[in-house]
Design a protein. Structure first.
Length: 162
């Protein structure tokens, strides 16, 4: 577990760095250059996302190590829009810390369910975090590519803190 990590709200001047981190993290899985370019817009973190106070970053030993974003779906559901860990920090618990923080944040905002559209390479990770696979959805970036969908029920879930 990453002992020296802190999680805080992202600042407006970090959007470019967060977008680059997301791109590096996605590329970690060995996708082609053409695939990565097709995903670039979807991976971008915008100023409006940060301004809505729903982007949180992890710092480990003073370095940006990962981040997540949340997107409102309904009065009871919120989606994990982004979850990325810098490849240099993978495997030390940053991702789990970010998911747990996202669950607590969602509960504090009054949501009962966290929805997740994950990369197929991250399926085992999300299942270890307590998510349940509920189906699949077509990628917004790559036609005919299906992505796994997960959910975490937040009420009564110890990860969610409720």
């Amino acid at each position: 577990m990453a002992e020296f990590s802190t999680i805080r709200r992202a600042s407006l001047d970090e959007t470019e760095r967060l977008s680059e981190l997301a791109f590096r993290s996605k590329a970690y899985w060995g996708y082609s250059g053409a695939f990565m370019e097709a995903c670039r817009d979807e991976l971008a973190v915008t100023r409006s996302m940060v301004a809505d106070d729903l982007v949180y970053v992890s710092e480990t030993n003073g370095e940006l190590s990962g981040f997540y974003s949340l997107e409102h779906l309904s009065d009871t559901e919120i989606e994990l829009g982004h979850l990325f860990v810098d490849p240099g920090f993978m495997g030390i618990g940053i991702g789990l810390q970010l998911v747990e923080h996202a669950c607590r944040t969602a509960v504090n905002l009054g949501f009962n369910r966290l929805c997740i559209q994950g990369d197929p390479n991250a399926e085992r990770f999300y299942l270890r975090c307590g998510a349940v696979r509920i189906g699949e959805r077509e990628s917004a970036s790559i036609p005919n590519r299906m992505l796994p969908l997960f959910e975490i029920q937040l009420v009564g879930n110890p990860r969610g803190g409720a």
